[in-house]
Design a protein around this ligand. Structure first.
Ligand code: FE2
Ligand code: FE2
Length: 488
């Protein structure tokens, strides 16, 4: 399969929305900047965090006089810096015994490299928040004793995974390295390698500064963002970069475009050199990468999106659908659960029944998938299918309780594939079900809840015994470093 680089030729100079002979052409920046909003959700960041970090970091890169190739790597590293973020969510939830998203947000404004009152308060608020004071105190002591080991593990998981995914999309080693070293600190107090000074890639140092500026600006204002940046100069951050950022802040140019309605389109315009235009195969690669991000959020859903896609693809083939419709189904199945990145692992991995408040959070995820995907105009049909993957023909589904004809054939295929996929995987509250048992359970729900033709196609597909590979894969999740957070 060709990488993104190979898709770039002279023709890429053309308007990315143009196409010849129906061939799909889409700007990589358009897809990546839109999907970066899913990464913001995982980190509980203010929506647009990755895009604003991109605006800030590119301003620093330009002021440093980086060449076009460096700026290009920096650009995609800034947009995708959090792409490994879902891989440590389950483990963080297990270690803290609380909400991984809340902890991820709060830790960003605390200097966790040294004991501070703010750090102790943050740990206290997030460790076993529903337990007795005694249990919480014991957990806090344990966290303090194991902090270095856990930091190395958490950040290591995130960095390795992030760099791997970026390479898989076809971006450069320099871009992957920038993401891998995002959490290194100038004085060697960072992770995963305790690198220091100029041994840390320059692009990583810019990522760190840009990230800090946006997080603090959103939480505490722009002046406080540059003040705290200066306070950490020489410890967390490269002093030269801090001086540059503070000077751009004083001249009023640092924040241009941030906090406006147009911040995403401004970020898209900042892509250095020729706009990268990708063709159909590379669009699929990006969708698969983001499906990986979703699946890595929990060991129970490990390979869920890929498994659902395998089933939906098989059903669509059995039904003899056109290539264009199959492409639509393929991408919608890959990205249907994008909104789950906003669901804390304390809910996703809960061993028991969800309470009403938790259920409300869970019910939001199809709508969130739709909202994120709708940011890409050519993905509008994909967004619609993703937003309907929990709807049922009799109106008992969610989030909108749509009925019958309101659901297209594509909606029905993805919804059935998702239901089948979910039942074939372990969940914290039940074991995976064998294929025959799932089919018999589904048969009782046809045609009032699920489409009869789709069910026929599913049975024909399952008969081919392709799907058992997914069951095997789901059992390898713990071996891949994905923990089951049942010890909360
Ligand atoms: Fe879902
Ligand atoms: Fe799903």
């Amino acid at each position: 399969m060709p990488g993104i680089e190979e898709s770039i030729g002279d023709s890429a100079m053309a308007d990315p929305s143009s196409s010849s002979a129906g061939e799909e052409r889409i700007a990589l920046s358009e897809v990546v900047s839109a999907l970066s909003f899913a990464l913001d959700m995982t980190e509980d960041a203010v929506p647009g965090h990755a895009v604003r970090s991109c605006l800030l970091g590119m301003r620093l890169g330009a002021a440093l006089g980086l060449d076009e190739s460096q700026l290009h790597d920096l650009y995609y590293a800034l947009l995708l810096k959090d792409i490994g973020c879902s891989s440590n969510a389950a483990r963080m939830c297990q270690i803290l015994g609380g909400d991984d998203r809340k902890a991820k947000r709060e830790v960003k404004t605390v200097d966790w490299t040294r004991p501070t009152l703010a750090g102790i308060r943050m740990a206290w608020n997030n460790a076993l928040p529903c337990a007795s004071a005694g249990r919480r105190a014991r957990r806090l002591i344990w966290l303090a004793m194991t902090q270095n080991r856990h930091n190395a593990e958490m950040i290591g998981l995130r960095c390795e995974r992030g760099a791997d995914i970026v390479r898989k999309i076809g971006l450069s080693d320099q871009c992957a390295d920038a993401i891998h070293s995002l959490d290194e600190h100038w004085n060697g107090s960072g992770y995963p390698q305790r690198s220091r000074g100029e041994l840390i890639p320059l692009l990583s140092r810019i990522l760190g500064v840009a990230q800090h500026l946006d997080v603090f600006a959103c939480e505490q204002g722009r002046n406080r963002a540059t003040d705290t940046l200066a306070e950490r100069s020489g410890t967390w951050f490269d002093p030269n970069l801090v001086r540059l950022a503070v000077s751009l802040h004083k001249t009023g140019t640092l924040w241009a475009g941030c906090g406006t309605e147009e911040e995403r389109s401004r970020a898209m315009e900042l892509e250095p050199g020729t706009i990268r235009v990708i063709a159909s195969e590379q669009v699929d690669q990006v969708c698969e990468a983001f499906a990986d991000v979703v699946d890595a959020k929990s060991s129970y859903t490990y390979r869920h999106s890929l498994g659902v896609t395998e089933v939906a693809d098989g059903m669509a083939r059995k039904m003899g659908l056109s290539a264009a419709r199959r492409t639509l189904i393929h991408r919608a199945a890959l990205l249907h659960d994008l909104g789950k990145l906003r669901v804390p692992n304390s809910i996703l991995d809960k061993p028991g029944k969800l309470d009403p408040a938790e259920w409300l959070v869970m019910r939001e995820h199809p709508g969130l998938s739709e909202q994120i995907l709708a940011r890409i105009p050519s993905f509008a049909p994909i967004a619609r299918i993703a937003g309907r993957h929990h709807e049922k023909l009799d109106g008992t589904g969610y989030p909108n309780g749509l009925v019958g004809d309101a659901l297209s054939l594509e909606d029905r295929i993805v919804a059935l594939a998702d239901f089948y996929g979910a039942l074939s995987e372990d969940r914290p509250y039940r074991q995976a079900m064998p294929a025959e048992e799932i089919l018999s359970l589904l048969r009782a729900q046809v045609p009032h809840k699920f489409d009869a033709n789709c069910f026929e196609a599913l049975m024909a597909f399952v008969d081919l015994q392709v799907y058992p590979t997914i069951l095997i894969a789901s059992q390898t999740a713990p071996a891949m470093g994905l923990v089951r957070a049942t010890a909360i």
